[in-house]
Design a protein around this ligand. Sequence first.
Ligand SMILES: Nc1nc2c(c(=O)[nH]1)N[C@H]1C(S)=C(S)[C@@H](COP(=O)(O)O)O[C@H]1N2
Ligand SMILES: [Mo]
Length: 311
Amino acid sequence: MTQVPAPAPDFTPTDDVFVRKHMGVPDIDVTDWALVVEGLVEHPLSLDMDAVLALGTERLPAFHECFGSPFAPDVPTRAVAQVEWAGVPLAALLDRAVPRAAARHVWFEGADTGSFHGRDGLTYVKDLPLPVARRDVFLAHRMNGEPLRAEHGFPLRAVVPRMFGTNSVKWLTRIVLADGRADSVFTTEFYNRVLPGDSEPSPVREVDVSSKLFVPGEGEQLPAGRAELSGRAWSATDVVGVEISVDGGPWEPAVVDPPGSGPTWQRFSLTRELAPGAHRIRCRARDLAGRVQPLGGARNSVHEVGVEVGE
Ligand SMILES: Nc1nc2c(c(=O)[nH]1)N[C@H]1C(S)=C(S)[C@@H](COP(=O)(O)O)O[C@H]1N2
Ligand SMILES: [Mo]
C-alpha cells in the first residue's frame, strides 16, 4: 500500500485567531516576569525568559478550540483555529525540577486575577494529571512565527494539544506539582461536564469530534453549477470521515485529508452541483473512536451554513 503524504498544515492568521479571557489581559513586562516551578519537586525552579529560551525551541502545529461558556453546555461556539506554536515541552522543565514520588497533578497558574461570574479574588488555574501533563503540555512563547501577543498569553503560555482551550493557561507564572487537584472555580467547579455514557461529571479536557464548513461561508452568494464545499474537521483522535448533506438530503462522503503526524485539523471537501435558490449545507465528522457529531442540542452539533445560488 502506498503511503499518502500528509499535506502541509494550514494556519489561521493571528489577526483571525479568537481571543478568550475570563478576567482581562494582564500587562506583563517580560523583564520582571519569571516562571516558578515548585511544590513536590526536588529542585524548585525560577526561570526568566532567557532561561526558558535556553531550553531550546521546538515547533508545534496544532488546532486550537474554545469549549465555550461553561454555563451553556449545549451551545456550539465554533471558535476554532490552527496555529504554529513555538516553545518547549513541559517535560524539559520537569526533568530539571524532578517531581517527587508523591506528585500526582500539575497545576498551571496565570498572572490574571479578578472576578468572573460573580466570584471575586480569583486566579486562573487549571490542572492535569502528571503523566498527561508530562506527555502533552507544551510551553509556547511564539504563535505563527511572532512572539505571543498580549491577548494570547505573552510572554509564555501552556498549550495542551487536542484538549479544549480552557486548559491552555495563558500568562503562565507558576507551575505547582501536588498530590491532589487544584481547588479553583476553573478546575473543580466550572468546566466540568458529564460525558456521554458517564454518570459523574469530569473535567473539560479532550475535545469532541467536530467539523466546520469554511467555504462557502454563511450567507454567501454562489453562481449556479458546481461548487466546492470545504472545511476542517478535528477531534481528540483522528478524523476518519466527514459527510455533507444539502437541504436535508442524504449524507454524502467528502474527501478527507489523512491525519497529520501531530494534533492538526484535517481538511475535507466535496464538489457538488447546486441549483439556483437557497440551500442549507451541513457537515458532520466521525472519528477513530466511532464518535459522530450529533444533529443538534450539543456543543459539537453538526455545522450548517445557508447559501444563495444565483440563476
Ligand atoms: N490565564 C488564562 N488562561 C486562559 C484563559 C484565561 O482566561 N486566563 N482562557 C482560556 C480559554 S477558555 C481559552 S479558549 C484559551 C483561548 O486562548 P486564545 O485567547 O489565545 O485563543 O485560553 C485559555 N487560557
Ligand atoms: Mo474557552
